[in-house]
Design a protein around this ligand. Structure first.
Ligand SMILES: Cc1ncc(COP(=O)(O)O)c(C=O)c1O
Length: 408
């Protein structure tokens, strides 16, 4: 009766079963996977948020496939601040970045075509590609070490995460499927690595030569840990190849409940014009963003100035505490990261990541994500959110370190 694309294994994993059980028993949980910003104790300007939704113009229906002009102008203004000049005509509003992904996949790929995406990365890519009948092919993000063979595309400052550009080239030349796009996450979840300028250059060249599109997910783009991350500039202004830059209010203004996101198309003039015409038909088929949200967008976007400093302060505080705490704690280290909402702990692989996560939950009441949620290539990775309050974060981390210290 059902499509093969929905033929998922729906049995809950061990961690989910234990989490349910713990909740049923009313036992406390120190949730270090919490990444819902509306539940982490930030001060939201509640009056301004609710006022933004009370716009009388919302009482009139004005169907506009790309979204209402003032809303798109506000998004263009946001990109201007991030160093990218885009015209509101290049912008399409959607209800989520997930919907924006669907538009772009539908625009670019036929059933069975492939999209290259980083690994480890956002677990939803598996579902988004499958639901749109495209094949997800991973390319690795790696932390090169001095032991590695000389790389053909060495990047400056050989530390931290890098895109394995050689692996992408190899896949393009060897894949039996038609590859339609390369997806980059800037900065990536959970590695926190921004795409470096040399990597962007390489990807744009590759896309241009192979007639592919570059899709960049910038939902965490405003959350660099350093005061100034020089390579955090948006890709939305890149026009050497066809590009689609995705973002939205869920992270920028920490308002995931508002369900408002967008894509920005760019590229060589002829490709861009054709893409915009086709996207217009896709968007016109759904007309999915409600009028109150479109009218509220300029003000909700502006509210990022109130919430982002709080979130950045939280991320930096938790990270600084973690680094102080991990100094001299040999079995556990933290992988390098430049931004985003997560930290990756490197833990002894004396047991699987899932075993660590289950044990931490059942014995210590601490919830973490095992690395395999993000498709890490090896065991030894636990992912924690940096959003929880310092009290919860520190209490949870102390228990993690005590448990691992005891068993190591
Ligand atoms: C890389 C990445 N893209 C997109 C999203 C979600 O965005 P939205 O709420 O707009 O669908 C997330 C959420 O965590 C994410 O990690």
């Amino acid at each position: 009766m059902f499509s093969s694309r929905t033929d998922w294994t729906l049995t809950p994993n061990r961690l989910a079963i234990h989490l349910d059980e713990r909740r049923r028993q009313g036992l406390s949980i120190l949730d270090l996977t919490e990444s819902n910003p509306t539940r982490c104790g930030f001060d939201f300007d509640q009056g301004a948020i609710l006022d933004a939704l009370r716009e009388p113009r919302s009482l009139v229906y004005e169907p506009e496939p790309r979204g209402l002009v003032p809303a798109r102008a506000a998004v263009a203004g946001y990109y201007a601040e991030r160093g990218a000049q885009v015209d509101p005509r290049q912008i399409f509003l959607t209800t989520s970045t997930s919907e924006a992904y669907s538009y772009v996949f539908r625009l670019l790929a036929d059933p069975g075509d492939a999209i290259l995406a980083p690994c480890p990365s956002y677990p939803l890519f598996d579902f988004l590609t499958r639901l749109n009948d495209v094949e997800l092919v991973h390319y690795p993000l790696v932390i090169p070490t001095t032991n590695d063979l000389p790389r053909r595309h060495p990047l400056p400052g050989d530390q931290g995460w890098q895109i394995d550009l050689e692996a992408i080239e190899k896949t393009l030349s060897e894949s039996s499927r038609r590859v339609r796009a390369i997806l980059a996450v800037h900065p990536n979840n959970p590695t926190g690595s921004f795409v470096r300028p040399a990597e962007l250059d390489f990807l744009l060249d590759l896309c241009h030569r192979h007639q592919l599109a570059l899709i960049t997910d910038e939902v965490f783009g405003d959350y660099g840990f350093a005061e100034k991350v020089f390579h955090a500039a948006s890709h939305a202004g890149a026009s050497r190849a066809l590009t689609f830059t995705l973002s939205g209010l869920s992270k920028i203004s920490a308002l995931p409940q508002m369900k408002l996101a967008w894509l920005v198309a760019n590229g060589p003039p002829d490709d861009l014009a054709a893409a915009l015409d086709r996207l217009e038909v896709i968007a016109d088929t759904y007309l999915s963003v409600s009028a109150p949200l479109q009218h509220a967008l300029p003000r909700l976007l502006e509210l990022r100035r109130h919430v982002q400093p709080q979130i950045l302060a939280r991320l930096r505080q938790n990270l600084a505490w973690l680094d102080r705490r991990l100094a001299g704690e040999p079995p556990v280290t933290r992988l390098p990261s430049e931004g985003g909402w997560y930290a990756i702990l490197l833990v002894p692989s004396i047991k699987t990541d899932e075993d660590w996560a289950v044990e931490l939950l059942t014995r210590d009441g601490v919830m973490v994500h095992p690395g395999h949620f993000y498709d890490f290539a090896s065991e030894g990775h636990l992912v924690v959110s940096l959003l929880p309050t310092p009290e919860i974060f520190q209490a949870g981390m102390q228990k993690i370190l005590a448990r691992i210290g005891r068993e190591w």
